[in-house]
Ligand binder design. Structure first.
Ligand SMILES: C[S@@+](CC[C@H](N)C(=O)[O-])C[C@H]1O[C@@H](n2cnc3c(N)ncnc32)[C@H](O)[C@@H]1O
Length: 196
């Protein structure tokens, strides 16, 4: 959705004559029906708004006999052991607030049904670990989580009522990832399907 990011993509695609980048709403793709051999989306179904029309739109622009490939996460932010009860409760509060916006941390498991609902066939599901941290997280992953939480700060403030509470949650989450006895994980669903 960000024109600046799309310009960055255009720069990187410069040497590929059959590639171009554009900004569009996921439910209204600016392409004719039956245009592409492969239609791919990654981490797009967890964002607010309706998922079924989006998969139907991907199916519309796919050629007959072409493929869709959808990837999304399941359990992001949520699954940890041993549980830190305060952290877990606060995460639940944040997620129930975000649910009102349509954000879905368990969208990965829904891709299969979404493909069936779009009348796709040969629907195949693959499951891989993602964000799997057994013990202390690496510095690189730590800074990625720091950025994610910084970007999410306005939503955290909205859910928790103050900037102070939001900062405290972020700090606690990050420190949890650094503890040597903690396990954190989520799952990556990769679903492929054909357009008959
Ligand atoms: C979690 S990011 C994933 C980005 C990228 N696909 C990746 O795998 O890193 C979600 C992306 O969906 C975009 N987005 C959110 N709502 C959208 C909509 N209604 N239509 C199209 N894109 C949307 C956001 O701008 C953001 O780039």
């Amino acid at each position: 959705m960000s024109p600046a990011r799309v310009r960055g993509a255009e720069d990187r695609l410069r040497d590929l004559p059959n590639a171009r980048a554009c900004v569009a709403m996921r439910c209204r793709l600016p392409f004719e029906a039956d245009s592409f051999d492969l239609v791919f989306s990654r981490f797009l179904m967890g964002v607010p708004s309706r998922k079924a029309p989006c998969v139907q739109e991907m199916a519309r622009v796919c050629k007959r006999g072409g493929k869709l490939l959808l990837q999304d996460l399941d359990g992001q932010l949520v699954w940890h052991y041993p549980e830190d009860a305060d952290l877990q409760n606060t995460t639940e509060r944040i997620l129930s607030r975000l649910a009102g916006t349509g954000f879905d941390p368990f969208v990965g498991r829904k891709l299969f049904s979404l493909c069936l609902g779009a009348r796709l066939t040969n629907v195949n599901v693959q499951l891989d670990p993602y964000h799997l941290y057994a013990g202390c997280i690496s510095e690189k992953e730590f800074s990625q989580w720091q950025s994610k939480l910084d970007i999410a700060l306005p939503q955290l403030v909205a859910a928790l009522g103050s900037e102070e509470a939001a900062q405290e949650y972020s700090e606690r989450f990050l420190q949890y990832l650094r503890r040597p006895e903690t396990l954190t994980y989520s799952c990556l669903f990769t679903v492929t399907a054909s357009k008959p």
